[in-house]
Design a protein around this ligand. Structure first.
Ligand SMILES: [Zn+2]
Length: 101
């Protein structure tokens, strides 16, 4: 994750709480150890023409949103929000919401 997120120069993100809404396999509320910024991360794997893709999408969220997410479902908050998508651990793209890779 280091180097992909932009909350501070030396981002170090830890996973705080897993969110299970059944939409994707691996979703977490995360927090930067350096500055305290919360991020929501959503990972999925896909096979495309024999090529394996792993995408992790990061959304910047406020601490209030992080609290809400840890209490229940507020995924709708993020449908139209800009996100940072990291493809196979290296390619970084700016995307919006949970749309296709
Ligand atoms: Zn940070």
């Amino acid at each position: 994750m280091r180097g992909h997120l932009d909350c501070c120069a030396d981002v170090e993100v830890e996973q705080v709480r897993e969110i299970s809404e059944g939409f994707r396999e691996d979703e977490w509320v995360c927090r930067c150890r350096q500055c305290g910024q919360y991020w929501f991360s959503s990972r999925w794997n896909e096979s495309l023409g024999g090529r394996k893709l792993e995408e992790v999408r990061y959304f910047r969220i406020t601490s209030a949103e992080a609290e809400k997410m840890m209490r229940g479902s507020v995924r709708g908050l993020l449908e139209h929000r800009d996100a940072i998508a990291v493809l196979n651990g290296s390619t970084v793209r700016r995307v919006r919401g949970f749309g296709p890779v």
